[in-house]
Design a protein. Structure first.
Length: 328
């Protein structure tokens, strides 16, 4: 077998060069849009007074999870401020949020399409396997080739790496909906679009939200690696600490990543299963609405029952004619 070699890498390199030379206008548009989105979100987060932002994050944790989550969020985000890592943390958060939105905008429709079409599923499955098993560092190479260095190649590589769980879990959720429920929708004359919106997506929401959670976690892990290609944020500080063997800086930046990961994980996990968190503000609000609805129905039911009882009494004992009365 000496001398036998398939130059697959050379072919791929040639294809990448062709794409770079012929689709440079598309890559320029993507660069402008991505930079605008990430920079705008970062500027917005940094412009908010720090302790106001911490209060908003804590309120978010309380609304979706519990007051304990709110307290933990306030304390840990204050620690980020104390380590002088607030701006890099917001840069990393912006990168993760934009990458997650892009990945979900692509992944959820693909997952729905795959769940409703076996041919699409057969095509997507090996592609997703390839995307999930390819080492994350490899995605940075073509991203640098197309977009130079900075936040854009980091975000593109992050989207590619984080996309598969969104597709897979959306498909799993749609396919896991009880077939009898779907058949009942068809029996009542619902269109496929109505069945998707009214039956399949609501019932598949917990599974889809688990996919959203996984997309966010993978995006955060890849956003750290994106620091290698010059993306600003905590990942860049981690890379600098490794290159200078600065243990204290690396531990602090790593702890900032952990805090963001825990916050995003807990909040997104609560989105898919709101009933599991009765102490959240959302749970309290829903219970109050349910109680008010029950009271309203009880009051309405009580009024109608009283009227019915009065009617029955009138029927049972008819009014007598007055004494001496009659027709003249």
């Amino acid at each position: 077998m000496d001398g036998f070699r398939i130059p697959l890498g050379d072919w791929i390199d040639t294809g990448v060069d062709w794409l770079r030379d012929n689709l440079a206008w598309l890559f320029d548009i993507i660069t402008v849009v991505v930079r605008f989105l990430v920079d705008s979100l970062t500027d917005g987060l940094v412009a908010i007074p720090i302790f106001v932002a911490i209060a908003l994050f804590a309120l978010l944790g309380w609304f979706f999870r519990s007051w304990q989550m709110a307290l933990g969020t306030a304390l840990t985000f204050t620690l980020i401020v104390a380590m002088d890592l607030w701006e890099p943390a917001m840069q990393t958060l912006s990168l993760v949020l934009v990458a997650t939105l892009v990945a979900l905008a692509i992944g959820i429709p693909l997952g729905i399409w795959s769940a409703r079409n076996d041919t699409v599923r057969a095509i997507l499955k090996p592609v997703l396997d390839f995307m999930q098993t390819m080492p994350a560092f490899v995605y940075l190479i073509p991203a640098i080739t197309f977009f130079s260095i900075g936040v854009v190649p980091g975000l593109v590589a992050t989207v590619i790496f984080a996309l598969p769980p969104g597709v897979r879990l959306t498909e799993l959720g749609i396919r896991g909906v009880d077939s009898e429920t779907v058949e009942a929708g068809h029996a009542f004359g619902a269109t496929p679009g109505q069945i998707l919106r009214g039956i399949q997506l609501p019932l598949a929401t917990p599974t889809i939200m688990a996919g959203v959670n996984q997309v966010i976690m993978l995006a955060l892990s890849m956003a750290v690696l994106a620091g290698i290609v010059g993306a600003d944020g905590l990942g860049k500080i981690v890379v600098q600490s490794v290159s200078t063997v600065n243990l204290s800086q690396g531990v602090e930046a790593g702890l900032g990543v952990v805090i963001l990961a825990v916050f995003l994980d807990r909040v997104t996990a609560a989105l898919g299963n709101p009933g599991d968190y009765p102490r959240s503000l959302r749970g309290v609000w829903r219970r109050r609405r349910t109680a008010q609805s029950s009271d309203s129905r009880r009051d309405a039911g009580g009024g109608s029952n009283a009227a019915a009882d009065q009617a029955e009494r009138e029927v049972a004992s008819p009014r007598r004619a007055p004494v001496g009365g009659g027709v003249l």
